[in-house]
Design a protein around this ligand. Structure first.
Ligand code: FMN
Length: 211
C-alpha cells in the first residue's frame, strides 16, 4: 500500500509484537495517565517494537494499520530517537519506523533528545527520556484526496489516534509517557530533519518511576 516502503533487507528487524496481551483495555483506560517522571533503566527492544506497532503497525494483508486513516491514505511517519544506552540493542540515534516490514532504518547516529527538549520550550522529560517517539505527517498525501481539510483536521487527528494507541500500549506494558504537543514546529522539524513533513506530536517514554 505504501509505495515508498524500503527494501526490508537493509533495515533493522524488530521482534514480532504481542498481538494478544494480558491487560484488559478497560484496565488500561482506567489507569492511563500522562507520566513525566521516569525511573532508571533503558527500554527493551521488545517494548520499542510494541509501542511502534501500536502506533502504526500493519494488521491486515491490504496494509491497513492499528490506527485508522482518512481514506487509508496513511500520511503519518513515526520516528524513534534513542539516547545513549536508551535501548540495549540499538545504537543511539534517530530511526524511522517502517510499518510494512516492521523494521527500523537509521537516519542519523545522533540522538535528538536535547534538541527536542529545547524545541519543546525546555520540557525536561523530553531530554531525560531514553526514547522519544515523534509522529509527523506528509499532509500532501491526504490533501490529494481531501484538500485543505487534510491539514486542518484529518492528519492532526490521525496523529491523535496513533498517539493514543501508543499511550495506551505504554500503560499496558508498565511504561511511562506523556503526549507533547507544546513545541516550536520549525525547531522539531530541524531536530529530526523532517523536510516537508509536518511535526504533529511526540512521546518521551521511560520506565515508570516509583512515585
Ligand atoms: C494534544 C496534546 C498536547 C499535549 N501537550 C503536552 C505538552 O506539551 N507537555 C505536557 O507535559 N503535557 C502535554 N499534554 C498532556 C496533558 O497535559 C494531559 O493529557 C492532561 O494534563 C490530562 O492528564 P492525563 O493525560 O494524565 O489524563 C498534551 C496532551 C494533548 C492531548
Amino acid at each position: 500500500m505504501n509505495a515508498i516502503e524500503p527494501d526490508p533487507g537493509s533495515d533493522r528487524p524488530l521482534p514480532d509484537p504481542d498481538q494478544a496481551g494480558s491487560t484488559p483495555l478497560e484496565t488500561t483506560l482506567t489507569h492511563r495517565r500522562s507520566r513525566r517522571e521516569f525511573g532508571h533503566g533503558p527500554i527493551s527492544l521488545a517494548d520499542v517494537s510494541q509501542l511502534l506497532w501500536a502506533a502504526q503497525g500493519e494488521t491486515h494483508p491490504d496494509g491497513l494499520r492499528t490506527a485508522p486513516s482518512a481514506g487509508a491514505t496513511y500520511p503519518l511517519v513515526v520516528r524513534l530517537s534513542v539516547a545513549e544506552n536508551g535501548v540495549p540493542d540499538l545504537e543511539p540515534g534517530v530511526y524511522r519506523y517502517w510499518p510494512g516490514a516492521h523494521t527500523l532504518r537509521t537516519e542519523t547516529s545522533l540522538p535528538a533528545q536535547a534538541e527536542l527538549q529545547r524545541a519543546a520550550y525546555d520540557q525536561e522529560w523530553v531530554g531525560e527520556a531514553p526514547i522519544v517517539v515523534a509522529i509527523s505527517g506528509v499532509v500532501e498525501r491526504t490533501a490529494r484526496e481531501y484538500g485543505p481539510r487534510a491539514g486542518d483536521l484529518y492528519v492532526p487527528m490521525e496523529a491523535g489516534h496513533a498517539g493514543e494507541n501508543l499511550h495506551l500500549q505504554a500503560e499496558a506494558v508498565g511504561l511511562a509517557t506523556v503526549p507533547v504537543g507544546g513545541f516550536k514546529d520549525e525547531a522539531v522539524a530541524s531536530a529530526l530533519d523532517l523536510g516537508p513533513e509536518r511535526p504533529l506530536i511526540m512521546y518521551p517514554v521511560g520506565q515508570r518511576s516509583s512515585e
